[in-house]
Structure formats: C-alpha cells, structure tokens
Ligand binder design. Structure first.
Ligand SMILES: NC(=O)c1ccc[n+]([C@@H]2O[C@H](COP(=O)([O-])OP(=O)(O)OC[C@H]3O[C@@H](n4cnc5c(N)ncnc54)[C@H](OP(=O)(O)O)[C@@H]3O)[C@@H](O)[C@H]2O)c1
Length: 311
C-alpha cells in the first residue's frame, strides 16, 4: 500500500472462502466487524436479518460502546450478556440502586450503541444530542436527552442524574466536550461531598489527558482514554491511549462474548444498527470525507459498496 494512505475499519459481507482447517466461518455466512492495521487482524460476528449496508455500521461503534461502558467504566453488564456465575451475581444485584451514566454525544455512531447497551443493562441514561436527534436517542433508551448546544447542559445533566452520577462517556471527546462532561461529573461529586475517593470517572475516545481538565474539576474527575483496537487482544503501539501497551486478552474475551450475543440482539431488534446512507463505491470515499468535514454527516454512517449488493 502506498505510504500515507489510511485504511478504513468497518466492514460487512458474506464469507466466500476461509483457510483450510476448523473455522467459525462457513461460505455463505453473513458477517460484520472491523479490521486493525488493514487486513492483518480482523474480528467479526455473524449477522442475520440486517442488510449489509446497516451491518457495516456495527464494528468499531459497537465495540467502542461495549468496551467503554462495561470494561472501562465498569458499569453493570446486561444480564443476558453474562454466563454462569456472573449471571447469578447480576440477578443478586437486582433491587440495588439503579446505576446512571451520562453519555455526551449520544447521536454519534458510538453513542447510539452506548445508549442501547446501557438500556439493555438497566442503566439510567442521561444523554446529549442536537434537538433533531432527541426522538431517536430517547427511542433507543435514553431517559433524559439534553441539547449540547445549551451552555448550561452540564448543570442540567448533574441535576437530572443526581449524586449517583459517577461515570460519563464522552463520545465526541474534543477538549471542550471533555471539559463540559467533566463539569457534570464534578457537580455530582460536589453534591455527594466530593472527596478524592468519590471522584467521577470520565471516559474519552480521543487521546485526551487529565491536563485537559481545568482547575478543581481535575481533582474531582479522573479522565481515562480508550481505543477499540484492544478487542483484538494484541498490543497496540502506534497510538496514545491509556489501554495500549501489552496484550489485552480480557478485552478480546469481552468482545467475543458480545459478538456471540449481538447476533440474537439484532434478530430480536434489541440492538438496532446505526442509520446509514449509501454513498457510492470506493471511488467516492474522498467525497464522503469532504461531506463529513463540512458537517453534513450527522446521525448517520456513510457506507460504500465495494462489491455488488448480492455478494
Ligand atoms: N477510541 C476509539 O476507539 C474510537 C472509536 C470510534 C470513534 N472514535 C472517535 O470518536 C469520535 C466520534 O466518532 P463517531 O463515528 O461515533 O462519530 P460520528 O457518528 O461521526 O459523530 C457525528 C455526530 O457528532 C455529534 N456532535 C458533534 N459535535 C458535538 C458536540 N459538541 N457535542 C455532542 N455531540 C456532538 C453530532 O450530533 P448531532 O447530529 O446530534 O448534532 C453528529 O451527529 C471521532 O472523533 C472518532 O474518531 C474513537
């Protein structure tokens, strides 16, 4: 591949052939997922009843949402995603105070999956999105949706969530959005009493740092960053996120478990793929990026057909 080219991640398609020997895959099987470093490593799950175009939105968005909520923020998992003793422990935990999470940028690709996974886990969701996306975000499972363009939204989020708010997922993760999301966590910490042991936990999906948070908010909120590629299990070296370094077998185990569940969730409609817009073929990718940079891609994923739709 020529130097300077960047390869995309998400894909969906049909298995045509696989290497000799035992394999999870059979020719004719429909799959979706994402790749790391081109085709060097690949994870994917079986998808049925979902058009290729919609399935192509599942990979990175779903992986990041799953990892963010359950591995990094440590929120309780959907009981139906658990096996054996874990499922019993989840049942035993029923009846305890309902957990709550703040999802900033709930209408992003990652955010739409995070809202749905949080709903499946019984977590109360306080979300932000632009007003035209409020109905969708609510329909997918958010309890409260605020307008991120309102400068007062962090205070409104803290009031809506109450002092139990300890975890927030910033699905945009620009400096300004991280600060606003941290302000909501800090306000909730203040109501709790706000000592060091009770700090809020902010998860970002761009390489932010604790130094991005200002003043005493930084004392009240711990900022962590994560990148989806750790679900492949092998070390990530060329990026700057908190979850890179050595091998990540636990992330891989989580991902494989959620891929097994995803097939059923898609069939039952408990997880809906992101809205998509088919934008043409590979030759149209640059125009798609241009639309994105002009702010014309909102609440949807652009999808490119690289083979006839019947394949
Ligand atoms: N670390 C990782 O593993 C990982 C994985 C995936 C993505 N990412 C990164 O995460 C970011 C989001 O990716 P994505 O594909 O999920 O995004 P996306 O779907 O392209 O996000 C577009 C949406 O962002 C929302 N938005 C824009 N400005 C906002 C703001 N100030 N506050 C709240 N929402 C805002 C808009 O919502 P409205 O339509 O409601 O205005 C828009 O629909 C990107 O920077 C991407 O590179 C990281």
């Amino acid at each position: 591949m020529p130097v300077g080219r960047v390869i995309g991640c998400d894909f969906a398609g049909t298995v045509v052939a696989h290497p000799a020997g035992p394999s999870l895959w059979k020719p004719g099987q429909r799959v979706a997922g994402f790749v790391m470093d081109g085709a060097l490593d690949l994870t994917g799950g079986r998808v049925c009843g979902v058009p290729h175009e919609a399935a192509a939105s599942l990979g990175v968005g779903f992986a990041t949402a799953m990892m963010g909520l359950f591995l990094r923020l440590g929120l309780p998992e959907p009981p139906s995603a658990l096996e054996g003793d874990d499922a019993k422990a989840a049942e035993a935990a029923e009846g305890k105070e309902q957990p709550v999470v703040l999802i900033n940028g709930a209408s992003t690709s990652v955010g739409l999956y995070a809202v749905q996974l949080a709903r499946l886990a019984g977590i109360r969701v306080i979300a932000t999105a632009s007003p035209r996306m409020h109905a969708l975000v609510r329909e997918l499972g958010a309890d409260v949706v605020l307008d991120y363009a309102d400068a007062d939204w962090p205070a409104q989020a803290a009031r809506a969530a109450g002092p139990a708010l300890r975890q927030a997922f910033d699905c945009v993760s620009e400096v300004g959005t991280a600060r606003a999301t941290a302000a909501a966590l800090a306000a909730a910490a203040d109501v709790r009493g706000g000592d060091g042991a009770e700090r809020g936990h902010l998860l970002c999906i761009l390489p932010r740092s604790q130094a991005d948070l200002e003043g005493d908010v930084s004392q009240k909120v711990r900022l962590e960053t994560t990148v989806a590629f750790s679900v492949f299990g092998r070390p990530i070296q060329h990026l700057t996120y908190d979850n890179q370094g050595g091998p990540t077998p636990r992330d891989r185990e989580f991902w494989e478990r959620y891929l097994r569940k995803l097939t059923g969730w898609l069939e039952s409609g408990e997880i809906r793929p992101n809205p998509v817009r088919v934008f043409g073929g590979l030759e149209d990718v640059l125009d798609g990026f241009r639309e994105g940079m002009e702010g014309k891609v909102r609440g949807e994923k652009l999808v490119y057909r690289v083979a006839p739709a019947s394949v």
